[in-house]
Design a protein around this ligand. Structure first.
Ligand SMILES: NC(=O)c1ccc[n+]([C@@H]2O[C@H](COP(=O)([O-])OP(=O)(O)OC[C@H]3O[C@@H](n4cnc5c(N)ncnc54)[C@H](O)[C@@H]3O)[C@@H](O)[C@H]2O)c1
Length: 706
């Protein structure tokens, strides 16, 4: 009997088993049992001399069903189906196209031969979710490409294309033209040559280069991506098991390590991020149709740093864009910035000259605001000036039909205020891109009380179109990310400096926690004046009690703007980005502390980290309770993608859950009694959840299902 999701047929002497389980042919229970029965058919049919396993649709299997991870696997398991394929008495050939990833590639590894299209992508990306391949990947891959190459491929998690796979010996042939016809020819040749099944489990492992030095070299090659991670050690152990005698022993070692990897907080955190990134676009009240709004042309007003980056992001995504500035000099500066960005991508081999030229051709320019009239989306990125932005949005509103989405890239102004002069403020949103806008994936989408759900949907569609992660935020002080950075993390970091920690101690502590750069170094990189200007605008909305960024603002006043003036929180030798401690800064901080009567003392790194992270969590809880963020998981996405919070810790709110909210509250109350500042008052939501023994994850599932 034919399964619904795995079809079989015979052409000549070749039996085809075709997995047809859209969208990406995951190896769920129905597919596994369908594959097992189709295999039985092929083995029983005497006319079938060789068996091809392939997939219908746009891709070979993209892997196991991630939703099955936390429960025991329904029989037949992947392992048992793969064992049956490997034990088949007729040659089994995997034919790959699209992405053969994770369990998908493990299926191919259990086959006796593999062929693929040149643009197919083959990989074991499990490490990106903090788990290790658990269906034979760590045991079979070393038998096919050697232990050292297998370790590199599994630890990197990155896929290889057909050509690379062929050179590694991972596939036996690259197919040109039609995959199934190519696989048929390949299989017929095997039959003509009298080729036998070639079970991977019986192949010897080439252990050349898989010694202590070789392993260390692989781990060091990927050390940046693996900072703070532990999964790679489990992979080393599993591949080591493959080099020892006994395939079945190796499989059971892999099984134990894989089962363990699923239970780690690291894996839970990475899977949390994976799902959170996909969930952000589901916003209560936004009709799904709104996300399908057609967007053919974008207009960007203001050709500065942000405007030119946003125009580049549009061009990179294949969207026609018009970049508008009020001055020829401004426009010229933006266009040359774009040109030099593309030139450097070509020079670094990331883009062909032809592709770069195609992208640049998508960017039209104009000195006339009327050029925005035919755009589906208009994004304003002029100077951070309320009256100027209001004037521009008002004008654009009168130039464009009501269906055009109007957006501002402001980082500090109220979107509702900006929208006031527009005849239809319900189509105005904030689109808060992060710098560099063509690189950073985060996009905060700011809605006001009057934003229409269709307009919000269109903003989410813009994010998707530009391959960004759009997170909806309320129109409040600092939106989600900057509010938590300013009121929480960085403010506390400055307080710690006033209390006695040096900028380098604060940076080192936060970098050891997992941030790529500590707050003082980030300030120096971006320019201390940028934050000062933002805070001046924000303070027009709400003020904050002293001390609030008194160090950064003093540095700005002294024209110590960071790297661009060779002095900021640190000093720099001309032409060198190495941050050097500066006595003048120590003196400045001591003066600022003494003026406020703040006693100075030595502070351990653990206290620095704990206070900064507790602040992040507490202000995050405020953001959640005020409705500025829809979900705790949205906050996690903002912090991982916009502010460098370590992904393997899941984001500040997931991290809080992993510590336990009761413990988090106790520690906040501890510092509240010591520091005696209103910044240490625990959020009401945090108190309520901690008292009930609940988590932010529970709050998310209850509040968004209601
Ligand atoms: N720089 C960042 O990191 C960052 C991040 C997020 C958001 N933002 C926000 O983005 C906006 C732009 O910032 P930027 O750093 O790109 O500024 P910028 O000074 O580099 O560029 C502003 C551009 O606007 C142009 N402009 C001024 N008046 C205009 C008008 N009437 N019509 C058309 N163009 C006009 C200027 O000529 C200039 O080219 C600001 O609102 C800022 O707060 C900046």
């Amino acid at each position: 009997m034919q399964s619904d999701v795995v079809h079989h047929h015979r052409t000549g002497c070749v039996g085809f088993l075709i997995i047809d389980y859209p969208p990406v042919n995951v190896l769920g229970a129905v597919v596994r049992s369908g594959l097992a029965s189709a295999l039985e058919w092929a083995l029983a049919d005497d006319e079938v001399r060789a068996i091809v396993v392939a997939c219908a649709g746009k891709t070979f299997s993209a892997g196991a069903d991630i939703n099955e991870f936390d429960a025991p696997m329904v029989e037949p398991s992947l392992q048992s189906v793969f064992a049956a394929i490997e034990a088949a008495t007729k040659p089994v050939i995997a034919a790959l196209h699209g992405t053969a990833l994770g369990g998908g590639l493990e299926l191919a590894l259990a086959c006796h031969y593999r062929v693929a299209l040149a643009d197919a992508k083959l990989g074991l990306p499990e490490i990106t979710l903090g788990v290790i391949p658990g269906a034979g990947g760590t045991q079979r891959l070393p038998r096919i490409i050697g232990a050292a190459a297998a370790l590199d491929m599994i630890v990197s998690g990155a896929p290889v294309d057909g050509a690379k796979a062929h050179s590694l010996g991972l596939i036996d042939a690259v197919i040109e033209g039609d995959l199934l016809q190519g696989a048929q020819r390949f299989s017929e040749r095997l039959v003509e040559q009298g080729a036998k099944p070639r079970p991977t489990r019986e192949r010897p492992v080439d252990s050349t280069g898989f010694d202590a030095a070789g392993i260390a070299a692989v781990l060091s090659k990927h050390s940046r991506a693996l900072k703070g991670r532990t999964t790679q050690q489990l992979i080393v152990d599993a591949v080591t098991a493959a080099t020892l005698p006994g395939f079945d022993v190796g499989l059971s070692v892999e099984r134990n390590l894989a089962d363990f990897s699923i239970t780690t907080t690291e894996s839970k955190a990475l899977r949390h991020q994976f799902f959170a990134e996909r969930q952000v676009a589901r916003v209560p009240g936004v009709p799904p149709d709104a996300l399908k709004a057609p967007i053919a042309r974008v207009a960007v007003i203001g050709a500065g740093t942000m405007g030119s980056g946003i125009a580049t992001a549009c061009a990179d995504a294949g969207v026609a864009v018009t970049l508008i500035d009020s001055t020829a000099a401004g426009l010229e500066r933006g266009l040359s910035l774009i040109a030099s960005n593309y030139d450097s991508s070509v020079a670094r081999g990331r883009l062909t000259a032809e592709a770069a030229a195609q992208r640049r051709a998508r960017i039209a320019d104009s000195l006339d605001l009327k050029a925005a009239a035919n755009a589906d989306v208009v994004i304003e990125a002029v100077f951070e000036d309320l009256a100027l932005k209001q004037h521009i949005l008002g004008q654009v509103a009168s130039l464009t039909p009501a269906s055009t989405l109007l957006a501002s890239n402001t980082s500090s102004l109220s979107i509702a205020e900006l929208a006031r002069p527009c005849r239809d403020p319900q189509r105005v949103v904030g689109l808060h891109f992060f710098s560099p806008a063509h690189v950073m994936r985060l996009l905060e989408i700011v809605r006001t009380e009057s934003t229409d759900p269709m307009a919000l949907g269109k903003a989410l569609a813009v994010a998707k179109l530009l391959r960004k992660i759009g997170v909806v935020a309320g129109d409040a002080f600092g939106f989600i990310g900057n509010k938590m950075m300013l009121d929480g993390y960085w403010r506390e970091a400055e307080l710690l400096m006033l209390e006695g920690a040096s900028p380098e101690q604060v940076d080192a502590a936060m970098e050891s926690f997992g941030f790529a750069m500590g707050p003082a170094r980030v300030n120096d990189l971006g320019g201390t004046d940028v934050g000062t200007k933002t805070r001046i605008e924000l303070f027009k909305r709400e003020s904050r009690p002293d001390p609030y960024f008194v160090i950064a603002d003093a540095l700005t006043a002294m024209n110590r703007l960071g790297q661009k003036t060779n002095a900021g929180f640190y000093r720099y030798e001309p032409g060198d980005r190495k941050a050097l401690p500066d006595d003048a800064v120590t003196q400045l901080i001591m003066d600022l502390a003494s003026k406020r009567g703040i006693p100075r003392r030595g502070i351990y790194p653990a206290e620095i980290v704990e206070r900064c992270i507790l602040q992040l969590i507490n202000v995050g809880a405020q953001v959640l309770e005020s409705g500025v963020a829809v979900r705790a998981a949205d906050i996690d996405v903002v912090w991982v993608h916009g502010y460098g919070f370590p992904r393997h810790l899941g984001g500040p709110m997931f991290y809080a859950d992993s510590l336990g909210l009761k413990r988090v509250l106790e520690r906040i109350e501890h510092y509240q009694s010591r520091v005696k500042s209103e910044y240490w008052r625990p959020s009401a939501l945090l108190v309520s959840l901690a008292t009930k023994g609940q988590s932010f994850a529970q709050w998310d599932s209850e509040s968004t299902s209601a």
